[in-house]
Write a protein that binds this ligand. Structure first.
Ligand code: GH3
Ligand code: MG
Ligand code: MG
Ligand code: MG
Length: 319
């Protein structure tokens, strides 16, 4: 199976889109909370025209209920004066479970109390307007809050992905891995962790130069990502020419079989240079995650097994 890597953008898109999927998708949901139906409908219509997916609640309790069921909501616009729970209390309660790096809150009130805006902001709202408000102003405030979320999302993606390959990076792997493993083990499902390392990569760099080495790293990363896309397993570039796959729900036997598939895929990978193709092989160490050890201990165990795979001749899986 030839795979020509003249440019790697397709592969990076593939990986970034899977990172984005993990970090939350792009459809913007807005929740409008107001006990007065006419005011609520007016604002909801305004937002729908702007292509937001709009949800409406007439009480604070209803709003909290909707937030639980619609995790893609990114903005709550809430009235202050409402029976049972006012907008200030609603804001306080929302902030127990939702940080403002993923969910923005704008308060609205016709109250004459000029201190109300400060109270709202202290409770965790990001913005506030007094009624009667100028529609353009509210629209600008909504836009700014949505843009801020998008910027924060970009920062998260950048912080969690490897620049060269576009794969999830070491930070993401160590942030996300332990929680994923814990969830599986609780449900009695097996997990294993694979360390992958390109064979004689230093020689490849010495022979062809660092730039070609980089292209090979991209090609290997893209091939692994393509093979694992949709599997639910967690692939990352840990650094250098080392990758890891956290195999969720697989015991060591099934994990071995998957490692063997990955090994063969890389063996058959061809990276096209101007005058000829080059190929590489990988060695893999696979450790079962059986219980109480720390995540990094299991990774260290996989690394030990990788060392054995190297010493037995490379281009093989050792578990
Ligand atoms: P082994 O089969 O035992 O794994 O040998 P190796 O040569 O692959 O292993 P070694 O750890 O000695 O060398 C790894 C090399 O990977 C050394 C380093 O220059 C290279 N490397 C690390 N990161 C990058 C990178 O981002 N780009 C390129 N081109 N090379 C890198
Ligand atoms: Mg009201
Ligand atoms: Mg290495
Ligand atoms: Mg190596």
């Amino acid at each position: 199976a030839d795979y020509h890597v003249k440019n790697n953008e397709g592969a990076i898109d593939l990986v970034v889109s899977s990172v984005l999927r993990l970090l939350g998708n792009r459809q913007v949901g807005v929740l409008v909370v107001d006990d007065l139906p006419s005011a609520r409908a007016m604002l909801a219509d305004l937002l729908r025209v702007q292509k937001f997916q709009v949800y409406e609640a007439s009480t604070g309790y209803q709003a909290m209920d909707i937030l639980v069921r619609q995790p893609h909501i990114e903005l709550v616009i809430t009235d202050y004066n409402m029976p049972d729970m006012d907008g200030y209390e609603l804001t306080r309660r929302i902030r127990r479970d939702h940080n403002s790096d993923r969910l923005r809150i704008i308060g609205i009130s016709s109250s004459a109390d000029r201190l109300l805006s400060a109270s709202f902001l202290k409770a965790g709202a990001n913005d506030f307007v007094y009624r009667p408000y100028v529609i353009e102003e509210l629209q600008c405030r909504i836009q700014h809050n949505i843009e801020t979320l998008a910027q924060l999302r970009q920062l998260r993606v950048a912080a969690f992905s490897d620049y060269l390959t576009g794969l999830p990076n070491r930070r993401y792997f160590f942030d996300e891995g332990p929680a994923q493993v814990a969830g599986r083990l609780e449900r009695g499902e097996p997990c294993c962790i694979a360390m992958l390392d390109i064979d004689h990569f230093k020689k490849l760099n010495d022979t062809y130069g660092h730039e070609i080495g980089d292209r090979v790293l991209q090609a290997v990363g893209a091939k692994l990502a393509r093979r694992l896309d949709g599997s639910g397993h967690l692939l990352a570039r840990l650094g250098g020419e080392e990758f890891s796959v956290l195999m969720l729900g697989l015991d060591v036997e099934k994990g071995s079989a998957l490692c063997e598939t990955l090994r063969r895929e890389i063996e058959s990978l061809r990276v096209a240079l101007d005058d000829h193709d080059i190929s590489v092989t990988i060695s893999i160490g696979l450790a079962e995650i059986a219980g109480r050890e720390s995540f990094s201990n299991y990774l260290a165990a996989a690394d030990q097994l990788l060392y054995l795979a190297k010493s037995y001749g490379r281009n093989r899986v050792y578990s």
